[in-house]
Design a protein around this ligand. Structure first.
Ligand code: PLP
Length: 288
């Protein structure tokens, strides 16, 4: 499916992406006043849809934007998007903004319906190279606002961090604040310290990643000790293993941090277990 043949959802209609339009007065365009979700789907079955829709509902609630759809309606939109875009392994993008009122003004507009946009693109599996050798990451100070738990479309600091990583041929930029690791520019961070798997606690500084939560549940079920707590940058630098989790990365091992090797320089034994657990969970979900 190319950009010219792909189908988008815009406010109740399915339209070719090339013809999909929103107003220049849309508050998403003018103020980044909106939220989004990215839901992975394997073999045409959305993965952890309930959790993604719960996070979408929470993001909307925190910004006082009315949720335009019940979960069953969101699911139907996602299914239609997949069906019209070739299905298979794909990522469903859902965005809701505070709508397009008649004029630009900062305060919430009265009586304006939210704008809803949906897209669906192929989801390539992590590359064999990345799984065999791991990926590289850089670190940067976290310059974002105080509500990173909201999946807001205001992503400029994330974009700058990602670009810094890209310019150094790195997969991700890991962010830190006052000596603590927060998360990646578009991922959550795990570190293996001895026998413990550590990931920063949830709170306003990080996005509550759906992949993070799924993986924590799988690790706990497999009796692998996990700690949700403060993770210092120094701990990260001396970690035996570092992993990134996200809906598009799944669970990726980081083997180089700021140019220095991580642990044994190769994806570690704990990552192998975590990756296998995650693949099993994916297989179950795509059969459901
Ligand atoms: N943190 C940030 C800032 C993100 O943008 C993302 C995903 O894009 C994640 C974490 C991982 O979240 P999820 O596992 O729900 O994709």
């Amino acid at each position: 499916m190319t950009a010219t043949t792909a189908t988008a959802y815009v406010n109740g209609a399915f339209v070719p992406v090339a013809e999909a339009k929103v107003s220049v007065l849309d508050r998403g365009f003018l103020f980044a006043d909106g939220v989004y979700e990215v839901v992975p789907a394997y073999a045409g079955k959305p993965f952890a849809m309930r959790e993604h829709l719960a996070r979408l509902a929470r993001s909307l609630r925190e910004l006082k934007i009315a949720n335009p759809h019940a979960d069953a309606e969101w699911t139907a939109i996602a299914e239609q998007l997949m069906a019209r875009n070739g299905g298979g392994d794909c990522m469903i993008y859902l965005q809701v903004t505070r709508g397009a009122p008649g004029k630009r003004a900062h305060a919430f507009p009265a009586g304006t319906a939210p704008t809803v946009v949906g897209l669906c693109n192929p989801l390539p599996a992590p590359s064999e190279n990345a799984l065999r050798d791991g990926v590289s990451a850089i670190t940067r100070p976290d310059i974002r606002w105080g509500r990173c738990d909201i999946k807001s479309i205001a992503l400029l600091p994330n974009i700058l961090a990602t670009q810094a990583a890209t310019e150094q041929q790195c997969n991700e930029c890991i962010l830190h604040r006052d000596g603590r690791v927060t998360e990646g520019a578009s991922s959550n961070v795990f570190a293996v310290l001895g026998t413990a798997v550590v990931t920063p606690s949830k709170g306003p500084e990080i996005l509550p990643g759906v992949t993070r939560d799924v993986l924590l549940e799988l690790l706990r079920f497999a009796k692998i000790p996990v700690q949700e707590r403060r993770l210092t940058l120094n701990e990260l630098r001396s970690a035996d293993e570092i992993w990134l989790t996200s809906s598009t990365r799944e669970v990726l091992p980081v083997t180089k941090l700021d140019g220095d090797p991580v642990g044994g320089r190769k994806p570690g034994p704990m990552w192998k277990k975590a990756y296998a657990l995650f693949q099993d969970r994916k297989a179950v979900s795509s059969r459901a």
